[in-house]
Write a protein that binds this ligand. Structure first.
Ligand SMILES: Cc1ncc(COP(=O)(O)O)c(C=O)c1O
Length: 390
């Protein structure tokens, strides 16, 4: 049995995902039911064995490990001087919202998008201005309406755009050409562009993942790229992320924001675990990706043969699958509830991502194939029950 086939019970741990009733199957929040890479575990164990855990700050080896990873895995080496440590991607986003925009400003996003973006914007008294992604019912894929995006960026109150690359929840990586167009527009209208690239290591096939910081020099001076080993290596509770900011003045401002809220100090495991991920765990990541490809194929096959009324959005990134259930309902919240009540399968309700999310469900397939099969059986059963009731 392979390491990604082992069923490990997380019930009774502090896992948010697994705070569910007996018999329920959670496939919602974005973490994996796989153990992290052995090199990461060894580095953590070594650190714990040392036994003294005073205040720390990331050293050159931390930043060099990040640069090494992007050079070897993604063929783009960011300069180590561009980097700031932060205790998470969302904390870095909130610090950016506070530093580069003012109360009442617009922050541009592309709905449907990761719901925490809305919280970071609205909890800080800024407005969400969405240039909604355009969904094609025929190809089941999303694109950007650049005319609409330009209109929204051009509004005088728009000071920041938060991009999700690859995009959660639609599972799409943006091409280099897309990134160039977005960044050029942001530059034209003096909008700071933050690209959340936490899912960047989990891209399958073409187009490949392009880190925003790898664009030409004049297109990255107003940008912030946030990265983390969190999703790729299943270490969300590590709370370690890096903001990559080429422009010195912008970097200085974000540094102030991060430190003002005391978000710049690592916990005892953050540094050794990140270094082990980025310098010793590429093979593990590649094996993980092979398992995720297998699970994606299985879902694709099941949906096309057993669930004619559901469409799998055909994109190429993340372990979060986005199901078009528009033939079943326009109320994904209700459907999610019925599926959970009737079958115990706990999926994410697309409504929380706004845009056209009320026609979609999101399923996390980063778990052993046996669990994916169980989830698919429950999904079919739940939809059948919902259709019978409505
Ligand atoms: C797009 C995106 N950004 C950020 C996060 C969370 O980042 P962090 O835990 O580092 O704050 C997630 C988690 O699901 C995510 O999907």
């Amino acid at each position: 049995m392979g390491e990604f086939d082992q069923l490990i019970s997380r019930r009774g741990t502090d896992s948010i995902k697994w705070q569910v009733k007996d018999g329920e199957l959670p496939m919602w929040i974005a973490d994996m039911d796989f153990k992290t890479a052995p090199a990461i575990l060894a580095a953590m164990q070594q650190k714990v064995g040392f036994g003294i855990f005073g205040y720390e700050e990331p050293g050159k080896d931390y930043y060099t490990a990040v640069a090494h990873w992007y050079e070897t895995e993604h063929h783009a080496r960011p300069q180590t001087e561009w980097m700031l440590y932060c205790t998470g991607v969302i904390p870095a986003i909130s610090a950016t919202v506070q530093r580069v925009s003012h109360v009442g400003d617009n922050v541009v996003v592309q709905a449907p998008v990761y719901d925490m973006f809305y919280h970071s914007i609205e909890n800080n008294g800024r407005h969400v201005l969405s240039s909604d992604l355009v969904y094609d019912q025929q190809t089941h894929s999303y694109t950007i309406d650049f005319t609409d995006l330009e209109k929204k960026l051009a509004e005088p109150l728009s000071t920041l755009m938060i991009l999700c690359n690859p995009h959660n929840p639609v599972g799409k990586v943006w091409s280099r050409a897309d990134l160039i167009r977005i960044s050029t527009l942001c530059k034209k209208y003096h909008v700071i562009l933050l690209s959340d690239e936490i899912h960047g290591d989990l891209v399958f096939g073409e187009p490949a993942y392009t880190p925003l910081f790898s664009l030409p020099e004049d297109l990255i001076q107003h940008t912030i790229t946030t990265v983390s080993p969190s999703k790729s290596f299943n270490v969300a509770a590590l709370h370690a992320a890096t903001a990559i900011i080429p422009n010195e003045n912008l970097r200085g401002s974000i540094y102030r924001g991060i430190n003002n809220d005391e978000l710049g100090e690592p916990n005892l495991l953050a540094i050794p675990a990140t270094i082990a991920a980025y310098t010793q765990s590429a093979d593990w990541l590649h094996a993980l990706k092979a398992k995720l490809v297998e699970n994606r194929k299985l879902v694709d096959q099941f949906v096309s043969t057993e669930l004619a009324e559901v469409q799998l959005v055909s994109e190429n990134a993340t372990y979060l699958l986005w199901f078009d259930v528009s033939q079943v309902t326009d109320d994904a919240e209700k459907l999610t509830k019925v599926i959970r009540e009737q079958t115990g399968l706990f999926l994410s309700d697309g409504t929380v991502y706004r845009g056209n999310g009320r026609y979609f469900l999101r399923m996390n397939i980063a778990c052993p194939t046996e669990m994916v099969e169980d989830g698919l059986r429950r999904l079919k059963q739940g939809i059948t029950k919902f259709e019978a009731q409505n």
